[in-house]
Design a protein around this ligand. Structure first.
Ligand SMILES: Nc1ncnc2c1ncn2[C@@H]1O[C@H](COP(=O)(O)OP(=O)(O)OP(=O)(O)O)[C@@H](O)[C@H]1O
Length: 209
């Protein structure tokens, strides 16, 4: 279990061609999901890119991103320990379902096979470990992507329209699973969505860009 963290977006300002696109100042508590909403082009994905550490150089950004007071602002993406979940589950097609989950585990993890079996059981996919990800339904793939993310022990999570590829029923199930898991793990998260029901299910504050 990861130490509980607070994610702070301190006086963030992102500008494009001299014009302010995004201004945010927020502190996200452990287990809290802060939802970011706003029209297309308002800078939601750009804000996530800044927090993750891969903001395109055309943008000018100021402010700081802190995890439990530790300044991430100058760190490259791979050193930030931030997990990402997108609309597309982005499973590795050349790895089995179990291989995708194993990939999430930090290198020093012991009992890897047992951890993967346990993870499969937690998402209702016992017996699916040897399958090729493309043979899974969209909802099953989403669950594998979520579990791969959680196994990687992130310190914070960014979600960009993570449910928008799922049908209504699967979306409800997946929302519940994702938000329960993030709360249980005590992870601060930032959710970008167009869907009010996502924001309600997330249960945290909502900011509009
Ligand atoms: N690499 C880039 N170079 C130049 N402009 C960009 C780049 N990426 C995004 N933009 C512009 O920045 C603005 C914000 O884009 P962004 O993708 O953050 O919006 P969004 O709120 O996530 O939109 P959507 O809801 O459609 O996903 C848009 O005007 C977009 O055209």
């Amino acid at each position: 279990m990861t130490e509980h963290q607070t994610l702070t977006l301190q006086e963030i300002r992102i500008a494009l061609a001299g014009k302010t696109l995004v201004e945010v100042d927020a502190r996200i508590a452990p287990g809290e999901v802060l939802t970011v909403m706003g029209p297309s082009g308002s800078g939601k994905s750009t804000l996530l890119a800044l927090v993750a550490g891969f903001l395109a150089p055309v943008f000018h950004a100021s402010g700081r991103v802190l995890l439990n007071g530790f300044d991430l602002t100058g760190l490259p993406a791979e050193q930030r320990g931030i997990g990402l979940l997108f609309q597309d589950p982005l499973l590795f097609p050349h790895l089995s379902v179990a291989g995708n989950l194993r990939f999430g585990l930090p290198r020093a993890t012991r009992d890897r096979t047992a951890r993967v079996e346990q993870a499969l059981a937690q998402i209702g996919l016992t017996g699916f470990g040897d399958r090729d990800p493309s043979t899974l339904s969209g909802g099953q793939q989403s669950r594998v992507a979520l579990m791969r993310l959680l196994l990687s022990a992130p310190r914070a999570v960014l979600l960009d329209e993570p449910f928008s590829n799922l049908d209504t029923h699967r979306r409800r199930e997946m929302r519940q699973l994702v938000f329960d898991r993030l709360r249980e793990a005590g992870l601060p998260s930032l959710l970008v969505t167009h869907d009010r029901e996502d924001a309600e299910a997330a249960g945290g504050r909502v900011i509009e860009l």
